[in-house]
Design a protein around this ligand. Structure first.
Ligand code: ADP
Ligand code: MG
Length: 352
């Protein structure tokens, strides 16, 4: 959700989608109803595999995409007039009424800010806007600009008042950005909407933030490819496969959105402590679990925390499989992850 005009990322997401689902023959695919559209700053695809067909299925997809657009109207920091944009504009001034939806997502984001000691921080907005990575305005800022933006970041100064149902940013210039968590929330919402509409099996793919509902046709496990975390690698090249039922798979990596300047590559996960992209040797973090809002928040959170601190936090959270890849091509698995993840790329090795 960094910007509505990320054509490169969108094209990549489309290719990723096209190559995502192994073992899906075209004759099977023809019995399905699927739709792809650009929303939440990325290409989103919803594929109904088992459940209502024909006009009923199309109607469900209408509802699903209307829901995505409604979420964007509330949670996007990059569009004018959204609920979040209005809260950002009122920074340092009034508390504004906030919807249940916005408070829920912001509340989660603040929880992960606390858990990560501020490495993950939804008030990172001034820095995200300054770098503009993934947008047409991307540029390498001056150090003084970075310092000024950095001083505005403070999740403790985000006043979320559940009793009054309001949000206020304590200081002028503060700015929320929910780009690291909103797609996960949206995937959970679509899963609920589809299940309530009688869908038994579906794939929701919001720019690579995947939720696989139910089981594959015939009852088998879904097999979801995790992309190779290398900007040079072709799309459809897999690091490995995650297998399971009713699960979400979300990856945060340095290879999708970046800025090249002065021979250096700057990616889009930023470190509130330095103001620069996180540099800790990791190139991607993949989470497989049941809740997509948590998976999305955690893929970014664990990335910002680094391998050791990130894995230590993951060990305390139940039902989580974590796959981390470092720049040397080593793949690290959380204890539970070896049950669901199979490394398939010969270019990477499992750490022991
Ligand atoms: P993507 O949106 O590409 O799927 P992520 O879920 O990892 O990837 O989210 C990255 C986005 O999160 C950035 O584009 C930015 O909007 C926001 N962000 C960047 N750094 C942080 C951070 N340290 N804490 C919270 N959000 C961040
Ligand atoms: Mg995320």
């Amino acid at each position: 959700m960094t910007t509505p005009t990320r054509r490169g990322a969108a094209f990549g997401a489309l290719l990723a989608f096209l190559s995502l689902f192994l073992g899906c023959s075209s004759s099977r695919a023809s019995a399905e109803t699927s739709r792809t559209d650009f929303v939440l700053g990325t290409l989103c695809t919803v594929r109904i595999v088992e459940g209502p067909k024909g006009a009923k299925a199309e109607k469900l997809l209408d509802g699903a995409f209307a829901r995505l657009r409604a979420i964007e109207e509330r949670l996007s920091a990059n569009k004018e007039g959204t609920e979040l944009a209005r809260i950002n504009e009122a920074a340092g001034r009034a508390a504004l009424p906030a919807s249940d939806e916005l408070r829920l997502v912001l509340g989660k984001a603040l929880e992960y800010a606390r858990l990560s000691g501020g490495a993950f921080d939804p008030s990172i907005g001034p820095l995200v806007k300054l770098w503009g990575i993934g947008s047409d305005a991307a540029r390498l800022p001056a150090r003084s600009e970075i310092e000024a933006a950095r001083r505005l970041i403070d999740w403790r100064a985000v006043e979320l008042d559940e009793a009054a149902k309001t949000v206020r940013l304590a200081r002028p210039g503060m700015r929320l950005d929910l780009g690291a968590i909103a797609k996960g929330y949206a995937a959970d919402e679509l899963k609920r909407l589809l299940a309530a509409g009688g869908v038994k099996a579906a794939i929701v793919d919001l720019g690579g933030n995947v939720y696989a509902l139910g089981a594959k046709r015939g009852g088998g496990n879904w097999r979801i490819g995790v992309q190779v975390p290398d900007p040079q690698a072709g799309r459809g090249e897999y690091l490995g496969i995650v297998e399971g039922l009713d699960m979400t798979v979300v990856t945060s990596g340095v290879y999708e959105r970046f800025l090249e300047a002065g021979g250096k590559r700057y990616h889009h996960i930023l470190d509130p402590a330095t103001g620069y992209p996180v540099e800790n040797g990791l190139v991607s973090v993949t989470i497989a679990t049941g809740s997509s809002i948590d998976a999305d928040a955690l893929s970014t959170t664990l990335f910002t925390m680094g391998r050791e601190r990130g894995m230590a936090l993951a060990a305390k959270l139940p039902g989580l499989s974590v796959v981390m890849v470092d720049a040397a091509g080593k793949v690290y698995l959380s204890p539970g992850a070896s049950k669901v993840f199979t490394l398939t790329s010969a270019a990477y090795t499992l750490a022991d």
